[in-house]
Design a binder for this molecule. Structure first.
Ligand code: NIG
Ligand code: FE
Length: 414
């Protein structure tokens, strides 16, 4: 049994972008092919090429489900590589305060912000957190997302951080990647960032590892949050335990986050809007992916990251929503891509590559996803429209069909 997507009018393989490891992406790196077909067997792409060249043994297969893709565009499923998907409550009242001029840090210092979501999340059941997580994941799937990163970090104690990670693990349909973000804010039970990080490293990380609840560890390095020196020490301990690491870096101030990320070989530095030339050079030389989160910048009314400088210096860029109830209460990929184009001057091919190849690198899954090639995972997005209409019209609903690991998880096309 297999699935044949046949006569695809326009196929974007992203193979060129994948070969360039997501750097210096140009339109020709989208790998645009006309009149192609893709054969899916089990969870893999078994064959891909011009429809006319489809090997006879495949064409004759009786058990093959054929789907005519005339007039359609096919590309790799989107990779959403930075979300805080699991949380309880909202922060709408705080949004109004911020909008009236109270700063994010001021609200946090008054016990609002991350700590207000912490109280609600500690009080929520695993069943509810899973239900909400699944509903939100389904909304990502409906936009063509086939891989979703999910962070903990709204419980900040052992029992409820594990509960958050368990909820994340129960989210199904698409591929998920869990990240332990215990180092998101200082919980009221601790007096210093250093002692809290010590507790996380000693008492939580080994359990998360043993229970296989996350393979990545993230820290929010920022003035008024986690300091760079202690964070670096913590991340190195996480690496020693076998975790991959990443950093919420240089979001509200240039506070050393991206320096730490590069120094320790983090998979990604995320946010990065405050970086200057020196940090950009170092990021570009490194294997650390720059994960840019412009929806958060919109909501926070900050500047946007210097994406053009990063790209021209040779950095690998990814885009994501940063979906969370505080700084980025939106799951809208279209908005993210549109802001990247309008405010960060990224070209459309750069945006598409950032949401596929770049994001796959950020999750260290680029051998498996992010581009389409025989042997890779069949994580595929099929749309009714031309690729040039992507990341263009906010609020538009495009008919689509989404495959994750060879299984249709959303939609159908006429
Ligand atoms: O990525 N910057 C730190 N963490 C989140 C915000 C979380 C929150 O405000 O609840 C972010 O923007
Ligand atoms: Fe975040």
């Amino acid at each position: 049994m297999g699935i044949l997507l046949k006569n695809i009018s326009t196929l974007l393989t992203l193979q060129g972008a994948a070969q360039k490891m997501g750097r210096f992406v140009k339109e020709e790196d989208l790998g645009i092919q006309l009149q192609s077909s893709i054969l899916i067997e089990k969870d893999r792409i078994a064959w891909m090429g011009p429809h006319k060249k489809l090997p006879k043994e495949f064409a004759k297969k009786k058990s093959l489900q054929e789907i005519n893709m005339k007039g359609k565009t096919v590309l790799p499923g989107f990779v959403e590589c930075h979300t805080h998907l699991i949380f309880a409550g909202d922060r709408a009242a705080e949004f109004e305060m911020r909008n009236q001029g109270v700063s994010y840090q001021e609200i946090a210092a008054r016990g609002g912000g991350i700590l207000s979501t912490m109280k609600k999340t500690r009080g929520a059941s695993l069943v509810d957190l899973t239900k909400w997580g699944q509903e939100r994941a389904n909304h990502f799937i409906s936009q063509g997302v086939t891989t979703l990163e999910i962070k903990s970090g709204y419980a900040l104690n052992l029992k409820d951080e594990l509960k958050m990670l368990q909820a994340a693990q129960k989210v199904s349909g698409l591929r998920t990647v869990s990240t332990f973000l215990g180092a998101h804010a200082l919980p009221p039970e601790f007096k210093s960032y250093e002692s809290y990080l010590e507790f996380l490293a000693q008492d939580i990380l080994p359990i998360v590892k043993k229970k296989k609840l996350a393979r990545r560890v993230d820290v929010f390095i920022e003035k008024g949050f986690f300091p760079p020196e202690a964070s670096e020490k913590y991340l190195r301990r996480a690496q020693e335990l076998g975790f991959e690491v990443l950093v919420h870096a240089d979001q509200l101030s240039l506070s050393g986050g991206s320096d730490v990320a590069v120094r320790i070989g983090a998979l990604s530095g995320d946010h990065l809007l405050q970086v200057s030339e020196k940090e950009i050079k170092n990021l570009a030389k490194s294997e650390t992916t720059c994960v840019l989160l412009p929806a958060a910048d919109l909501y926070m009314k900050t500047k946007y990251p210097p994406a053009r400088e990063m790209i021209e210096a040779g950095a690998r860029v990814a885009l994501a929503t940063d979906y969370n109830p505080g700084s980025s209460p939106t799951q809208d990929l279209n908005l993210v891509g549109l802001l990247a184009r309008l405010e960060m001057k990224m070209t459309l091919p750069e945006v598409i590559a950032a949401y596929t190849v770049g994001a796959a690198h950020a999750l260290n899954l680029h051998h498996e996803i992010g581009s389409l090639k025989a042997g890779k995972s069949a994580d595929i997005l099929c749309i009714e429209k031309d690729w040039q209409t992507l990341f263009y019209s906010v609020g538009e609903r495009v008919e689509k069909m989404v495959f994750s690991r060879g299984k249709k998880i959303f939609g159908s096309l006429k």
